[in-house]
Design a protein. Structure first.
Length: 157
């Protein structure tokens, strides 16, 4: 009997905590709807997609390929990113560049975003700082899987 009583006391305590959070969050939400700013940010649900959360500077978002000053891709087709990618979603085909300093540039550079796990290994491995994940783009949904294969046109922006 005492055990059962203790059990119900704990349930009531838990319910009171839930009610407290609900009421406090509701107050903050109502203040926000009325346009009244408060110090507390985390209590309010972000009304996505109308309202978007600021992305942290270190966040790994969609990839982009960097260009040289003359507009060519910085990538030298060394295949390090292809080798290190755990999802095997990068495909690079090299072609010769007339500039002997560069030697190779990518004729094809595809990333299959439907397989990418956004680990950032490709960025870490690149010796040319040719690939970055700092676009702050996180909405990549498409109707067809083939549209998630990003080529040079999309990656070079
Ligand atoms: S972020 Fe990771 S999974 Fe995605 S392409 Fe780069 S290495 Fe591959
Ligand atoms: S690691 Fe860098 S330079 Fe090498 S293929 Fe990948 S993007 Fe190009």
């Amino acid at each position: 009997m005492i055990k059962a009583l203790e059990y119900f006391v704990e349930i009531i305590k838990g319910s009171l905590i839930t009610c407290r959070h609900f009421i406090v969050n509701m107050v903050f939400h109502t203040l926000k709807v009325l346009g009244i700013k408060t110090k507390r940010k985390g209590a309010v649900t972000i009304q996505y997609p109308e309202e978007k959360k600021e992305i942290a500077s270190r966040h790994r978002s969609l990839h982009r390929l960097m260009r040289r000053e003359d507009g060519k891709p910085r990538c030298v087709s060394c295949m390090l990113c292809v080798t290190v990618c755990p999802s095997e979603c990068i495909a690079v085909e090299a072609t010769e560049d007339p500039d002997p300093e560069i030697q190779k540039i990518p004729a094809k550079f595809n990333i299959d975003m439907s397989r990418c796990c956004f680990c950032g290994f490709c960025v870490e491995a690149c010796p040319e700082d040719a690939i970055r994940m700092d676009t702050a783009k996180i909405e990549i949904a498409e109707y067809a899987r083939k549209d998630l294969i990003y080529g040079l046109d999309k990656l070079l922006g």
